[in-house]
Design a protein around this ligand. Structure first.
Ligand SMILES: *[C@@H]1O[C@H](CO)[C@@H](O)[C@H](O)[C@H]1NC(C)=O
Ligand SMILES: *[C@@H]1O[C@H](CO)[C@@H](O)[C@H](O)[C@H]1NC(C)=O
Ligand SMILES: *[C@@H]1O[C@H](CO)[C@@H](O)[C@H](O)[C@H]1NC(C)=O
Ligand SMILES: *[C@@H]1O[C@H](CO)[C@@H](O)[C@H](O)[C@H]1NC(C)=O
Length: 511
């Protein structure tokens, strides 16, 4: 009885909340179709348009927020509109709509151009994002009180400059590029020439570099803003990760177990972030949500965890972890060792730290003439100046790799058949899914690269027909050993033929 009532109650409650994706009549959301669309856009300075379908779940979830935001934004002359794509397929096709809901921003009455809406889906996010769109990219202040108010209230980093001290053109250019994530301000009373104010920090970060550089190059100024507008100790998640990658700096991760643990170490990491500003970014990561990311950093999923990823070299570093058996026996999480963290940071920055390289075990014995290479042996081998080293980077599942395998093996057999080539040329392969090869640019599988003998030689990518002959021609042309591979091949083939003839004869004898 009781449970049945509960089910009924729940159904009723859910029924009450189940939203219609279509905004109710009488709301401030304007319904548009082919006949009204252009005219409406052209007569309104700023419109957010939702292209939707009534059956779409995300559209239903968005609806109450959208309606609420519409009534708030109406006062600011910002309009929210809806287009039902099941009723008006042509308009939606012309707008290039591929999924529901699609949110597009139309500015200055221009129906032919739109911007993707990239904000959140709550009332507050929609309102904040659209107000930002309605403001000029740079807010200009002469009044100290107004300026201080923006610094105090902004939830975004605020980049400001003193409008009287030269910098202007590149500042406006960069503001146009980044104004969704950062607030740009010109304040004639600023003591600083150029600075960033981070939310919840007292002291702004002043630009210390060469003024001529940022005045001339918007790219340089943008690079500086991207680095300095990151928090000293931030948080990595779906929204922020791209900004960390774009900053171009190595990223230091603190994988925490829960909020308390994050809080406990936040001052320590904030301090490190200040100290190593511009060299290394520091961020927390919620191991309950993103714990599996540890694997991408070549670390075990043992938390708390500290790791550094240099994305330009793709090298990964981490503090020591426990053997699996020991970790499983712990009855409560271990504590983050701040001393070890500081040491690793210093070692990485001074180039002393050993990266964690994912690697299969070094094989005890080579089974074939194709040398099996692993992460731990790769670098040393390809740096060998005395040998031409040809490496095939493959994945076990890749079809082209399987087709290449017998050809590659024959190539190795050919070169092993002669004492000189056997000593001077290595034909090797490495399973790139099981072994890290930092610094090697793999655009697909298989990739075959020659590391020629000789000091200062540069790697050469093999991009020809995949046959023994063309591999040999490639080695002759690009290798450092300059041996007569063709002769070796001819001899190999002659030997092979002789063997075959012999076995043919044997067969005849037996008949
Ligand atoms: C909204 O637009 C109308 C007409 O264009 C204008 O008179 C009014 O001042 C605007 N209001 C705001 C808050 O910008
Ligand atoms: C700065 O640049 C903006 C945009 O190009 C321009 O509107 C403004 O007048 C300039 N200000 C100064 C002080 O040169
Ligand atoms: C990260 O890698 C790049 C490219 O190899 C290198 O120039 C830079 O020094 C490295 N940074 C650190 C902190 O190791
Ligand atoms: C290696 O190459 C040599 C010379 O071609 C050949 O005799 C030998 O059978 C090959 N070894 C293997 C394991 O295939």
């Amino acid at each position: 009885m009781f449970s049945k009532n509960l089910v009924t109650l729940l159904t009723l409650a859910l029924g009450a909340f189940a939203q219609d994706a279509t905004a109710p009549k009488g709301s401030d959301v304007v319904k548009l179709d082919t006949s009204s669309f252009n005219k409406y856009i052209e007569s309104h300075p700023l419109v957010l348009a939702e292209f939707f379908a009534p059956w779409c779940g995300h559209c239903k979830n968005l609806a109450p927020h959208y309606v609420e935001a519409a009534s708030i934004l109406k006062e600011q002359n910002i309009s929210l509109a809806q287009i039902d794509c099941t009723e008006d397929q042509e308009l939606c096709m012309n707008q290039g709509i591929r999924g529901y809901p699609s949110l597009k921003i139309f500015k200055d009455g221009d129906a032919g151009n739109s911007l993707e809406y990239e904000g959140g889906r709550s009332t507050e996010s929609i309102v904040n994002y659209m107000i930002k769109q309605s403001l000029p990219p740079v807010q200009v202040f002469d009044d100290e009180k107004e300026f201080n108010k923006v610094l105090k209230e902004s939830v975004q980093p605020v980049v400001f400059f003193n409008g009287n001290k030269g910098l202007n053109e590149t500042f406006y250019q960069v503001a146009n590029r980044l104004f969704n994530e950062v607030t740009f301000v010109s304040y004639s009373g600023a003591k600083e020439y150029l600075a960033v104010h981070l939310p919840n920090e007292d002291e702004p970060i002043s630009y210390e570099g060469d003024r001529k550089v940022v005045e001339k190059s918007a790219d340089d100024l943008e690079g500086w803003v991207k680095i300095e507008s990151l928090p000293y100790f931030g948080e990595v998640n779906g929204q922020t990760f791209a900004a960390y990658v774009e900053s171009g700096l190595p990223l230091a991760y603190f994988f925490y177990n829960d909020e308390d643990e994050r809080k406990e170490h936040a001052p320590f990491f904030t301090q490190l972030g200040k100290e190593h500003r511009g060299k290394l970014n520091f961020a927390g990561l919620d191991s309950r949500k993103f714990g599996r990311h540890a694997g991408n950093l070549n670390m075990k999923e043992q938390f708390p965890l500290f790791a550094i990823h240099n994305m330009s070299s793709n090298l990964k570093y981490g503090t020591a972890q426990l053997p699996e058996e020991k970790y499983e026996k712990l009855d409560k999480p271990s504590k983050l060792n701040q001393k070890e963290v500081s040491k690793l940071v210093n070692d990485v920055l001074s180039g002393k730290a050993e990266p964690i390289v994912k690697s299969e075990e070094i094989p005890e014995k080579q089974e074939s003439n194709v040398t099996k290479i692993v992460g731990k042996t790769h670098d040393q081998l390809v740096q060998d100046n005395k040998k031409d080293v040809l490496v095939k980077y493959y994945a076990p599942w890749c079809g082209h790799c399987k087709r290449l395998a017998p050809i590659y093996e024959e190539l190795a057999n050919v070169l092993s058949s002669d004492g000189k080539t056997a000593k001077s040329v290595v034909i090797g392969d490495i399973d790139a899914t099981e072994n890290d090869v930092p610094g090697v640019d793999l655009e697909g599988y298989p990739t075959v690269i020659l590391y020629p003998a000789g000091k200062n030689s540069k790697p050469v990518v093999f991009q020809q027909e995949r046959s023994v002959e063309s591999f040999l021609a490639f080695l002759k042309k690009n290798g450092g050993t300059k041996l007569d591979f063709q002769k070796v091949y001819e001899k190999y083939q002659a030997n092979k033929k002789a063997e075959e003839d012999e076995s043919d004869e044997t067969e005849h004898d037996e008949l």
